[in-house]
Design a protein around this ligand. Structure first.
Ligand SMILES: NC(=O)c1ccc[n+]([C@@H]2O[C@H](COP(=O)([O-])OP(=O)(O)OC[C@H]3O[C@@H](n4cnc5c(N)ncnc54)[C@H](O)[C@@H]3O)[C@@H](O)[C@H]2O)c1
Ligand SMILES: [Zn+2]
Length: 237
């Protein structure tokens, strides 16, 4: 079985996408045809949709919360948590996923660049922090409001909004000597550019997944297979 060697001087930056949660039963965008209730997901998860029909948006994310709560971390999530336990602050995880399977597997040094299903925040960006919220709403009337009067919205980066923690992410990519990308199609920006930034800094870049991503040529190495099958035992630190 092939191995990825992580030396004592290496700093590892990991980027994960929907593919790492596929074996936990959460469909990737493409596997679900990108459709929901007859709408293209790109038309449900937008600031415009939120303005036009906030219930459509909440109904969609309530269903995602329901699915997310039933899912369990798989061996790929566990392999990353174990690698972090060995590397400590030489490890950093950035996920595009909004589920909490990385945390539930034990990951600590992570950011959710596209937000988190289990949180809500004020629609008015009034400065109050996101709040824990795992409620599955049955109607818009059940959705609470912020102290400022704004309606609570999912703490999710909608299409067209700027990802979270980009400064922090860029800094971590800059410091890394090894980038590991798992289960992402390389079609959503700016995440699809991370591998290029890492290469510019001279890092080794590894992709893990069952098919080549759109930005495959930027990787120095590809481990072909399902994340949950190839990642246990893959890293030697
Ligand atoms: N679980 C979640 O939180 C979740 C689920 C669906 C979509 N999303 C969002 O969808 C957007 C789409 O981008 P994306 O690139 O993450 O998803 P994507 O649907 O565009 O691509 C999924 C990728 O995963 C790969 N894949 C499928 N099964 C795999 C497996 N078992 N192991 C490893 N790889 C596997 C596919 O080959 C594909 O390249 C992201 O912004 C993300 O936030 C999140
Ligand atoms: Zn507010």
């Amino acid at each position: 079985m092939e191995k990825i060697h992580v030396g004592p001087e290496d700093r590892v930056f990991v980027l994960t996408g929907a593919g790492i949660s596929e074996e936990s039963g959460l469909p990737t965008f493409r596997a679900s045809d990108g459709l929901w209730a007859g709408h293209r997901v790109e038309e449900v998860c937008t600031p415009e949709a939120w303005k036009r029909n906030p219930w459509l948006v909440w109904d969609f994310y309530s269903k995602r919360r329901e699915d997310g709560a039933k899912a369990k971390p798989n061996p790929a999530h566990v392999a990353l948590a174990e690698l972090e336990a060995k590397l400590g602050e030489r490890f950093f995880l950035c996920t595009q996923n909004v589920d909490d399977l990385h945390e539930r597997a034990g990951s600590v040094r992570l950011v959710h660049m596209h937000g988190e299903l289990a949180k809500s925040r004020c629609e008015r960006e009034c400065g109050r922090a996101p709040v824990d919220d795992r409620k599955i709403y049955g109607s818009l009337a059940e959705v609470g409001h912020c102290e400022c009067g704004g309606r609570l919205r999912p703490h999710i980066v909608f299409f067209g909004e700027i990802p979270l923690e980009m400064d922090h992410i860029q800094e971590e990519i800059h410091k890394s000597t090894l980038m590991v990308v798992v289960g992402t199609s390389g079609s959503v920006y700016p995440a699809a550019n991370f591998v290029h930034w890492a290469r510019q800094g001279g890092a080794r870049t590894v992709y893990i997944g069952p098919e080549a991503p759109l930005n495959a040529s930027a990787f120095t190495h590809v481990v072909e297979g399902k994340a949950g099958e190839v990642m246990p035992g893959l890293f030697v630190a």
